[in-house]
Design a protein around this ligand. Structure first.
Ligand code: HEC
Length: 122
């Protein structure tokens, strides 16, 4: 009688083992339909930033890079944590080392908006 029990147990075990796994792959949910947001409309009010970046593009990118990453001149991405607005304005006005003076090339307004803009880069 013991033998039958053993056979039964084996049968049971093998039938259980035959039970395959059901693979469930997570179906990618309908995700991220890219919403193309309209370009930020030029907000009215302070035009300082726009103006400053335009002045920067025209006068400074050749040495400081389009993204302020630096080239001939130093990286200015964090210049605001190092220099105050006034220090930046006087560097631009008077020049420094290999940097030319912009006195007479840029108006006081342009220099001051540049300085404000750069002093904000922290
Ligand atoms: C001919 C290349 C050149 C141009 C153009 C130029 N710079 Fe510079 N700039 C330099 C160099 C080189 C230095 C580093 C001077 C030094 O410390 O001796 C510098 C330094 C600076 C600094 C001080 C950075 C620091 O970490 O001390 C500021 C701020 C700055 N430039 C802003 C400007 C702005 C704003 C303009 C555009 C109006 C401009 N620069 C145009 C070459 C240039």
């Amino acid at each position: 009688m013991k033998k039958t029990l053993l056979v039964l147990t084996l049968l049971l075990a093998s039938s259980l083992a035959a039970c395959g796994k059901t693979e469930t792959k997570p179906s990618p949910a309908a995700s991220a339909s890219p919403v193309v947001s309209a370009s930020p409309s030029a907000s009215t009010g302070t035009t300082t930033k726009v103006e400053a970046s335009a002045v920067f593009k025209a006068n400074c990118v050749s040495c400081h890079g389009v993204n302020l990453e630096g080239a001939v001149g130093p990286n200015l991405q964090k210049v605001g944590s190092k220099l105050s607005k006034d220090q930046i304005a006087s560097t631009v006005t008077n020049g420094k080392g290999a940097m030319p003076s912009f006195k007479g090339k840029l108006s006081d307004d342009e220099i001051s908006s540049l300085a404000t803009w750069l002093a904000d880069k922290k």
